[in-house]
Design a protein around this ligand. Structure first.
Ligand SMILES: [Zn+2]
Length: 186
């Protein structure tokens, strides 16, 4: 999966090519309560929401294409799962899945379903005699997460990386690892 995601980025677009792709032609997302409340609280347009917001299935950030769940050509990849930086806490690493991207008159956002951390990956290795040696490095790269019923309207500039996702615990949780370096896979 890591290779698959990385291959999709083998030929990164020029850095100057930033922005949304694949305009959504249907109205579904205007009724989303998180989007409508966020628009009301943050946008100074004084326009009805349908005149202001435009929704998109994909978005190019720093030359890399990120998908949303609404992008139906994404195949088997989980490229809608992203690592992002918190809007409130410095250096806080967060994960979630992008439902949809959107723009108002001034800014670009992603509606993200947030994941919460369930436990440390190293917890699985507690019986091992190597536990103390391996816990720090593996906890830096692997995260055991559960999808939460919480959503955030995230500025797209906070999106950092694609992630590779493995199902865990009969799908009750997922193991997520951010793509460590795009270049090393090229
Ligand atoms: Zn607006």
């Amino acid at each position: 999966m890591d290779m698959h995601l990385s291959k999709s980025n083998l030929s990164p677009l020029p850095l100057s090519l930033e922005g949304p792709l694949d305009l959504v032609s249907y109205d579904t997302y205007y009724d989303n309560k998180f989007v409508s409340v966020h628009h009301k609280n943050t946008c100074n347009c004084n326009l009805p929401i349908k005149r202001c917001l435009r929704f998109y299935q994909r978005y190019v950030i720093l030359g890399r294409t990120f998908h949303s769940l609404s992008y139906n050509k994404r195949g088997s990849s989980n490229s809608y799962v992203v690592q992002y930086s918190s809007t409130s806490l410095v250096n806080d690493i967060c994960f979630g899945e992008v439902i949809i991207f959107y723009q108002d008159q001034f800014n670009s956002y992603a509606l993200v379903k947030q994941y919460s951390i369930k436990c440390l990956f190293s917890d699985y290795f507690k019986p091992s005699k190597y536990y103390k040696t391996i816990c720090e490095p593996i906890d830096a790269f692997f995260f055991i997460l559960v999808p939460a019923e919480t959503y955030i309207c995230l500025p797209v500039k906070n999106i950092l990386k694609h992630c590779v996702v493995f199902q865990n615990d009969n799908c009750k949780s997922v193991i997520v690892t951010p793509i460590s370096s795009y270049d090393e896979h090229d």
